[in-house]
Ligand binder design. Structure first.
Ligand code: NAD
Length: 340
């Protein structure tokens, strides 16, 4: 029997997770929720995704609209084995009681604290520990990117310290009220929470992060420095990153010099919603000064966490024991190939 998957919160992450679930052959989408009838609900109807009211008291709002629903969240959870909670940060923790009451497994997103599930997940780091779990948290877009690129390097070499600066997009493309519009806003709580968040997945790594927000919507950029216990060379790092799933090294000759050009590649390749689920790293900028490595990586915040949500479902139902095979299966089903 295929595990039945509900998506609670059909927003930026939820719509992408729902599409990705729909593309798998060993799990099944039971439906998605919206809090109110709007264009996203209409599109869920057009996609023939079962749509349910996330808030039972709001069922009448849908009934008065042209967006069709099949019931409320209780009806959806009643026919599902797992829920992927994609509600806004902090709401997932409030929803947990309902999931426990319904005796259903749940995946939370990075906007929740580690404690919501007591286990923070990245496929490359701790897939085996996720097998048969009832609750887990797929870490945020920034933490997912850092875990992907640091995991292979950390496994192969002794890292003394990672320092990373997150240059963060002001808001997602549809968040018309977010900013800044004409400013750079440093996060004055230093270090930023991102380093600690990486340690919820890789506790043994020494990492400190800073963050700034800038007026762009399409991607984040990370500037990363890693200090090792000995001198290494670029080639040793490049060969590890080349082997790392869902990481793409960008060749100098392609003349891709910015996040906007990366998104243009995704557009030209016909990626749905311009999604770039892999983490691009500029190969020419990978460099060493004695024992200190530096590089830049970009993060498509709206989509990079999607494959990990699918891998997590596979682990939680023990559909696949080996993380490399789980990655292979997810990537194949969502047609995720190295972009360049
Ligand atoms: P979003 O605002 O785009 O979507 C959230 C959806 O949940 C909306 O459709 C909203 O109407 C709905 N919702 C509101 N209250 C709800 C409730 N009580 N129950 C169910 N649904 C409810 O948010 P998002 O960007 O998709 O973020 C979802 C989660 O994913 C957050 O934890 C966020 O931190 C995390 N995340 C976001 C990004 C990103 O860049 N957008 C990246 C990685 C992780």
């Amino acid at each position: 029997m295929k595990p039945k998957v509900a998506v609670n919160g059909y927003g930026t992450i939820g719509k992408r997770v729902a599409d990705a679930v729909q593309m798998q052959d060993d799990i099944e989408l039971t439906g998605v929720t919206k809090t109110h009838p709007d264009y996203e609900g209409k599109i869920a109807n057009e996609n023939s995704y079962g749509l349910y009211s996330a808030i039972p008291e709001k069922v009448s709002d849908f009934k008065e609209s042209e967006v069709e629903i099949q019931g409320d969240i209780h009806d959806l959870l009643g026919k599902s084995d797992i829920v992927v909670d994609c509600s806004p940060g902090g709401i997932g923790a409030k929803n947990k009681e309902l999931y426990e009451k319904k005796d259903i497994k749940a995946i939370f997103q990075g906007g929740e604290d580690h404690e919501v599930a007591g286990f923070s997940f990245n496929t490359l780091v701790n897939y085996e520990e996720a097998i048969d779990r009832d609750f887990l948290r797929v870490v945020s877009c920034n933490t997912t990117a850092l875990c992907r690129t640091l995991s292979g390097i950390h496994k192969n070499f002794e890292i003394e310290k990672v320092r990373a600066t997150m240059i963060r997009r002001g808001g997602d493309p549809n968040q018309d009220s977010r900013g800044p519009l004409n400013a750079i806003i440093p996060k004055l709580e230093v270090p930023s929470h991102h380093g600690h968040d990486v340690q919820t997945v890789i506790p043994s790594i020494e990492i400190e992060t800073l963050a700034v927000k800038v007026p762009t919507t399409i991607m984040h950029l990370h500037a990363i420095n890693i200090e090792f216990d000995k001198n290494l060379n670029e080639e040793e790092i490049i060969s590890i990153l080349e082997e790392t799933p869902r990481v793409s090294l960008i060749d100098e000759g392609l003349e891709i010099d910015s996040t906007s050009q990366l998104i243009e590649v995704a557009r030209d390749k016909g990626r749905k919603r311009n999604d770039l689920m892999e983490i691009p790293i500029w190969k020419e900028a990978i460099g060493f000064e004695e024992n200190e490595l530096s590089f830049f990586q970009a993060v498509h915040q709206e989509s990079d966490v999607v494959p990990e949500n699918i891998d997590a479902i596979r682990a939680m139902f023990d559909l696949e024991r080996d993380y490399e095979r789980a990655i292979e299966k997810t990537n194949k089903n969502i047609k995720l190939k190295k972009i360049l």
